[in-house]
Design a protein. Structure first.
Length: 308
């Protein structure tokens, strides 16, 4: 997880620092910014005990009633602190309870709720964040929608995001859909029979799609599973430009099911979040979601390996 944190911190710092003035100008003009100091776990605890302690007590030193602090705090440092906590609780990616607890405390005022919602949007909702996690983002959206601070127009976006986050949750059955092959034959996701199904939502010419395709094809573990029929890959093109899809279809391995969404039903019915492509969903034989909206092939291998 430390590598993931470093990647995200580097990206966030690059974005946050890109528009700053020169160091000389800042030194002369910028006031001293405040910083947040997270709680420290008792030294007598084991490593797991410290993690569990910080899961719930990381923010104990933060004064959620002090709205002046969030106007004066170093936001880059706050993002870093938020990233570290999110990485810490990510060993239980389906457990949104710690995030729910944090957002209840952050709901003390609109400025505080706005601030922690902003942190969540950057770290656990941004499509480019390696810590993106809908199970953590659901409590954030619920806190916004449950608060008295926003009018009906301000609730439209969070309500839509919550509806999308509630689709295809880990442990629940994925939404079924019909795909069409180049031959004109059709099939459904639920009609694919295998111990595991890897849904690969992709677009032709997308650099990361190419990268993921090569990672899947280059994985000895996944390749062996595909060869033995234990894993089937469904490559779904969700857009309407079929000329582009047909020109690209030879790049998809012949052992994969390569189809398109005729009529763009997946998008029209919001069956899957297409905000960021590519996306990988690992499903079990009953089409229950094991990994949601990921771009991390090694993690998919890890999940399969843990299941034996």
């Amino acid at each position: 997880m430390s590598r993931t944190v470093l990647i995200l911190l580097a990206a966030l710092c690059a974005v946050s620092c890109g528009g700053r003035r020169s160091s000389q100008q800042q030194t002369s003009a910028a006031p001293q910014m405040q910083v947040f100091l997270p709680a420290i776990a008792p030294s007598g605890l084991s490593d797991d005990g410290k993690r569990d302690y910080l899961r719930w007590h990381y923010w104990d030193r933060f004064d959620f009633a002090d709205t002046l602090f969030i106007r004066e705090v170093d936001t880059v440092q706050m993002i870093e602190a938020y990233v570290r906590w999110t990485a810490l609780i990510s060993d239980r990616p389906s457990d949104g309870a710690p995030m729910d607890s944090l957002m209840r405390r952050a709901s003390a005022s609109r400025p505080m709720l706005d601030y922690f919602t902003m942190l969540a949007e950057q770290v656990i909702h941004d499509p480019n964040s390696p810590l993106r996690n809908d199970e953590f983002y659901i409590p954030v959206l619920r806190a916004v929608l449950a608060s008295p601070y926003y009018d009906e127009y301000e609730r439209i976006g969070p309500a839509y995001d919550l509806d999308m986050a509630m689709q295809n949750r880990i442990g629940e059955r994925a939404n079924d859909f019909r795909y069409t092959l180049a031959s004109g034959a059709t099939g459904t996701l639920y009609g694919v029979k295998a111990e595991y199904v890897l849904l690969f939502i992709n677009n032709p010419g997308c650099p990361m799609c190419k990268q993921l395709r090569e990672q899947i094809g280059g994985s000895p573990m996944l390749s062996e599973m595909i060869e033995r029929g234990r894993l089937k890959v469904v490559a779904l093109y969700p857009d309407e430009d079929l000329t582009e899809w047909r020109e690209y279809r030879d790049h998809i391995p012949p052992s994969w099911i390569n189809g398109y969404d005729a009529g763009c039903v997946v998008r029209e019915k919001s069956l899957y979040d297409l905000h960021a492509i590519p996306a990988l969903y690992l499903l079990d034989r009953d089409k229950r979601v094991l990994v949601k909206d990921s771009t991390d092939v090694p993690y998919i291998e890890e999940v399969i390996d843990r299941r034996g």
